[in-house]
Design a binder for this molecule. Sequence first.
Ligand code: SF4
Ligand code: SF4
Length: 127
Amino acid sequence: MKARLKFDKQRTAEPIISTVVLKTKALINILKAEVDESAGEVLIEVPDDKAESTIAAFKQEGVAVQVGGFIEISRQRCIDCGHCITLCPVQAISAEEDLTVKIDQDRCINCGACVDCCPTRAISMLQ
Ligand code: SF4
Ligand code: SF4
């Protein structure tokens, strides 16, 4: 399971992830982290059997947790050019039989490359 954690600016200096690891014994893989003085956002991957307890532990620590649904494609804007498919570093985007593109949210590492490459700005990263 992948989840996005959002920290308040007061909490960015605290070892919250370590606390949750100790509490849940979950192997938390940090895929991406953007932390500055004002706020923090971290994308993590957790074994499915530890997902529920890990989410609960982060929430107990006052961290906002979003599971899945990170990248969205507007069907109205997409022209099925395929740029995003070739550019995605983890092959999370593919074309269906009718050539419409779809995103595998479980594979996506939230890098944002597809958002930047799309000529029609059809891809957005949910905040
Ligand atoms: S955000 Fe990155 S990993 Fe996710 S679908 Fe786009 S290019 Fe692929
Ligand atoms: S790059 Fe944009 S327009 Fe092209 S297939 Fe991907 S989402 Fe559609």
